[in-house]
Write a protein that binds this ligand. Structure first.
Ligand SMILES: Nc1nc2c(ncn2[C@@H]2O[C@H](COP(=O)(O)OP(=O)(O)OP(=O)(O)O)[C@@H](O)[C@H]2O)c(=O)[nH]1
Ligand SMILES: [Mg+2]
Length: 445
């Protein structure tokens, strides 16, 4: 990945966005910055900090453009080197000609992140600051921004400490097994639980970062139930418009319908699915199967029950298979005289999608305000890489325990994992961030 990491060449790159644009910024940085600039920019500028207005010409004297130049003198620049920013018109032809001239005059195109690399080498930014900078470009919401800026709070340290406590527990078990080697099968398996807990806790932390890196749809709430229960009616009420077909005939909805909604201040993907029933074939059966897959990917689900009919096998099976996932049971159609909610039916809520007060109460339920993504402290990319390594070590330990690997070996491996874990909250080193800088940063940064 890292090809040219010398500090002696003078680099150039387009530091602004894609062309054409109102203004383009071409950045030139390195020891020959001023001498190169003076071969194409008039008036000549001294090696001094300033803002200059003037024009650019090719080495043959042909006019390219006019604009302004910002000059910085080492070490007072982003890279810590002599740097000039050319602010010209953002036309493809101008910028291209410009870059060709710079190339002819001995400058070389910067690689991704190469300016930042020089900034680190010259002590202008710390690796930790570069981490923050890298993540800043991934932020899409004010929440993302405050998570990135809020990292300095000690939240992550507390979480790492919890993982560490589990690993120390496991270590004590391994060490006991070393001392009582003939009782392996009674002692070592006790370490499985703390190790599994630690793996889980590592994942919880790294997932927060994955969410920042991979923009996703908001978490899903799936509306599920038997045909005719009133899922599509509820879907439409929440959206406030007639989006899904509603009909007295069961089996109306065949496809999965999804819309983004704001519930209690949080974005969710609300999903209407085909009513579940056995003994159907063809498109309806396919629709039911598709709905099941969406239910599996949901963060929350609402079982809509026709309160004039009650529970049946469909509901029992859904609850058995998906009951562990956060859900809510709505005993729908309470506006009808035939409606009946037997006492203590699985904590079901009396509901009617035609009663506005019921809809209001549903939409303001506190579970919708939290969002499905847990809002803990955001780790850095370096911390995530280390935690992934820890998780790998721990998974390896689970496999080794299953094979009755000697406890001496387990203990040694676990100590390595502990060291990696402890380094998560230590200082970030230059080496830790270099691959990221060269791999992910934009050209010109
Ligand atoms: N009175 C009353 N009728 C309702 C209520 N909710 C739905 N309905 C009626 O029940 C029938 C079925 O409603 P849908 O919303 O299409 O039901 P569904 O669960 O989407 O049905 P499928 O798409 O077949 O799975 C329609 O005639 C609706 O008007 C309610 O709260 N009260
Ligand atoms: Mg429907």
């Amino acid at each position: 990945m890292r090809r040219n990491v010398d500090l002696s060449s003078t680099l150039f790159a387009l530091a602004s966005g894609s062309l054409p644009s109102a203004v383009a910024i071409v950045k030139l940085s390195g020891p020959d910055t001023f001498s190169i600039s003076n071969k194409i920019f008039r008036p000549r500028i001294e090696r001094a900090r300033g803002i200059w207005k003037g024009s650019w010409f090719t080495s043959e004297g042909a006019f390219i453009d006019e604009g302004i130049v910002l000059s910085f003198v080492a070490p007072h620049s982003h890279t810590g080197e002599d740097t000039i920013e050319f602010h010209c018109h953002g036309a493809v032809a101008i910028v291209r000609q410009f870059q060709e001239e710079l190339l002819k005059l001995g400058a070389r195109p910067a690689e991704k992140g190469e300016f930042s690399y020089r900034a680190i080498q010259h002590g202008k930014v710390s690796p930790g600051e570069l981490e923050t900078l890298g993540d800043l470009f991934l932020a899409r919401s004010p929440e993302d921004l405050s998570a990135i800026y809020g990292r300095r709070d000690a939240g992550l340290e507390k979480e790492i400490e919890k993982i560490r406590a589990n690993l120390i527990r496991a270590l004590a078990i391994y060490d006991t097994a070393v001392d009582f080697s003939d009782e392996y099968s009674q002692v070592v398996p006790r370490a499985v639980e703390p190790i599994q807990l630690a793996i889980q806790e590592c994942s919880v932390i790294t997932q927060r970062y994955d969410r920042l890196k991979e923009p996703q749809k908001p978490p899903r709430i799936a509306l599920v139930g038997r045909p005719n229960a009133g899922k599509s009616s509820l879907f439409n009420r929440v959206l406030g418009r007639y989006r899904a077909i509603v009909h007295v005939d069961p089996g109306t909805t065949r496809d999965v319908l999804e819309e983004t909604v704001l519930l209690n201040g949080r974005a969710w993907t609300l999903t209407d699915t085909a009513g579940v029933r056995a003994e159907v074939q063809g498109p309806e059966a396919l629709g039911i199967e598709l709905g099941t897959r969406y239910l599996e990917g949901a963060a929350f689900w609402i079982l809509v029950v026709d309160g004039t009919v009650g529970l049946g096998e469909v509901e029992a099976e859904l609850l058995e298979r998906h009951g562990a996932k956060p859900h809510l049971i709505l005993w729908n159609k309470r506006d009808l005289p035939e409606w009946n909610l037997p006492q203590a039916t699985l904590g079901a809520q009396a509901f009617s999608s035609v009663l506005p007060e019921d809809l209001d109460a549903l939409l303001s339920r506190p579970e919708f305000s939290k969002g499905a993504v847990e809002q803990g402290p955001l780790p850095t990319a370096v911390a995530v890489a280390k935690l992934n390594q820890v998780r790998e070590t721990l998974s390896g330990l689970l496999a080794s325990m299953a094979k009755e690997t000697p406890p001496e070996y387990l203990s040694e491996e676990l100590r390595g994992g502990l060291r990696d874990l402890e380094s998560v909250i230590g200082e970030v080193g230059v080496e830790d961030v270099l691959d990221r800088v060269f791999g992910e940063f934009c050209i010109g940064k």
